[in-house]
Design a protein around this ligand. Sequence first.
Ligand SMILES: [Zn+2]
Length: 165
Amino acid sequence: MPNTETITEKGVVIKRTRNGLGICATKKFKKSAVLFQVKGRVYNYKTINKISGTFQDNTFRFGQETYLSPAGYIGDFLNHSCKPNSAVKKLLGKLYIWAITDIAKGEEVTIDYSTTLASDDIWTMRCNCGQGECRKLIKRFNTLPKSLQQEYIAKNIVPTYILRM
Ligand SMILES: [Zn+2]
């Protein structure tokens, strides 16, 4: 187990989950609450592509040519679900995770990775989230069924910077 003791944020904790380590709520969160900031270092895509592996897998799209690596911070442990309870928001140059549903104490915090993959992101992932809605293969936002794209946009859970790219 990595040294997760030093990686702390109020209200969430790193724990073993269905798919390895993940982030769980240590208290109730109301829908729309901000859970934590996705801290990390911003890299140009060329650097990210060179390093690849888990480092690349865990990055968050940040801008036209940039990705944020949460290595060393709690965001590194944020898992995907095809039925997420959270989403990414970019505000004044910072990324935040916020609750898109009420979250119970002990519940794993998850986002739908597709909501953070822009039209030029070719990254894919086999999914084992266990939800009835599971899409099995996770790809960029514009490959989602149109109805799901519309639902996500209506719920405001796709960051505008992703939609613009
Ligand atoms: Zn899934």
